[in-house]
Design a protein around this ligand. Structure first.
Ligand code: HEC
Ligand code: HEC
Length: 386
């Protein structure tokens, strides 16, 4: 005779399900929780646009870095890290002014050209701007949780800045601003204010795919595109494709940290104690937002979205108000999946990335180096849970 499970067993099972429902881990590549059915559908359809491989017939080029968003943000899931390294160039003038060299094709120097452009001009990439004072390499980062970062109020970011280091902790932190004065937050130099602007720009800058928000192609080192080389009419994708991509990117969640027991738990406390958390703020909070899942949410960020002077060894280009040595605190969400670290991927391990912190980061770096070996290990174990 089959017996129905006893009530306590049912109850326990139910309670277990409820409990696991509350703390259900968010895996890399998952959407943020609390989306409506329609938003979830747009997230999935947006991922398909993100992963679309463009051809010259569909709008790729004439200059480009890669043929799909998902070619650079891909490993191990769409929206994660990539192997591609880009070339950026700007000119930093002695008076402190930064020229993004738009008139010479900057700041992003595309490394590929379509067959039609090759045939017309005999070039296989964009020429380097002659007035550049520095070139920079940029590794392809994961873009987890950027929709939440987008929804942090400007006033919060401004309130974290301490440009004159009034509290004397050796860490100042400055806000970057776009050309029109808005607070910047995206890109390694925190130059771009809003996520949808970054995405629309990426279509053109990375792939040569024009869209309703950015309807014109990049120049070829400042020169116009030869006749007949890019016959696809602008915009090369429509508003819906752009909106879907934006929804995929803004709904892409920061993955939950792995369990932090033992050493990793100790590492988390050390991260606070030796001052890593003075820049890598573990959590931030979004402001009021029309999307419920983004409305006043506390989330794992591990950044303050500010620029910090990281010393001469890491310095490369200026961008906006950011001087060559200033970089935005890199959000560490998903860093357990990264294989190379820092803006140009020069560090092959987390330990090396920490040891290369200079400038405002040198105090925390020195305290890290002064830790007992087992404490250093604990801190690294913690980072490997993020
Ligand atoms: C050729 C490789 C490549 C392609 C293609 C590419 N990206 Fe990126 N992406 C990068 C790199 C490199 C950066 C870092 C730029 C920087 O440091 O300023 C980046 C940064 C970003 C960021 C900002 C992340 C942050 O932390 O501020 C977003 C968002 C983004 N990409 C979205 C996209 C979207 C959407 C597409 C397709 C339209 C795309 N990317 C195509 C390489 C790429
Ligand atoms: C003064 C602010 C500051 C402090 C303090 C700081 N960091 Fe950073 N951190 C940054 C900035 C800025 C970057 C990006 C630098 C770059 O890309 O060249 C970064 C990058 C990193 C990266 C590389 C992330 C990636 O995906 O490439 C790791 C790992 C890291 N920090 C860990 C730490 C740890 C651990 C500590 C404490 C020992 C620490 N940081 C202290 C500002 C700081």
């Amino acid at each position: 005779m089959r017996r129905a499970p006893s009530t306590p067993a049912c109850l326990l099972l139910l309670l277990g399900l409820i409990a696991s429902g509350c703390t259900k881990p968010v895996h890399p590549g998952d959407p943020i929780s609390g989306l409506t059915r329609e938003q979830l559908d747009r997230f999935r359809r947006g991922r398909a646009v993100f992963d679309t491989v463009f051809t010259p017939e569909r709008g790729l080029g004439p200059l480009f870095n890669a043929a799909a968003c998902g070619e650079c943000h891909e490993n191990p899931v769409s929206g994660a890290f990539g192997d591609e390294i880009e070339v950026h160039a700007t000119a930093f003038h002695p008076d402190g002014n930064c020229d993004p060299l738009a008139a010479e094709g900057g700041p992003v120097i595309q490394q590929n050209a379509t067959p039609a452009l090759k045939a017309a001009l005999g070039i296989d990439k964009e020429p380097s701007p002659k007035d550049a004072t520095a070139l920079a390499h940029r590794s392809s980062p994961a873009i987890f949780g950027r929709g939440l970062l987008d929804a942090v109020p400007d006033s919060d970011i401004v309130s974290y800045a301490d440009p004159d280091d009034r509290n004397h902790d050796g860490i100042s932190g400055r806000v970057n601003r776009f050309v029109d004065g808005r607070v910047g937050r995206f890109g390694r130099k925190a130059f771009v204010p809003a996520l949808d602007e970054f995405n629309a720009g990426a279509f053109v800058i990375e792939m040569g795919v024009t869209n309703p928000a950015v309807p014109t192609e990049e120049s070829i080192g400042g020169d116009s595109i030869p006749q007949g080389v890019d016959p696809t009419p602008e915009p090369e994708i429509n508003q819906e494709a752009l909106d879907l991509t934006n929804d995929f990117v803004r709904f892409l969640a920061p993955p939950s940290p792995l369990r932090q027991n033992g050493a990793a738990g100790r590492g988390r406390r050390l991260f606070d104690r030796i001052g890593c958390a003075s820049c890598h703020f573990p959590t931030l909070r979004t402001g009021k937002n029309a999307v419920r899942a983004l409305d006043r949410k506390k989330f794992f960020a591990y950044t303050d979205l500010l620029l910090h002077d990281m010393g001469p060894d890491l310095a490369d280009i200026c961008l906006g108000l950011a001087t060559p040595s200033e970089f935005r605190t890199e959000p560490l969400v998903g860093v357990r999946l990264a294989k190379h670290f820092l803006h140009d991927g020069r560090a092959d391990s987390l330990e090396q990335a920490i040891e290369l912190h200079g400038g405002e980061g040198s105090g925390a770096r020195d305290r890290f180096k002064a830790l007992e070996p087992k404490d250093r290990k604990a801190l690294l174990a913690f980072l490997k849970t993020l």
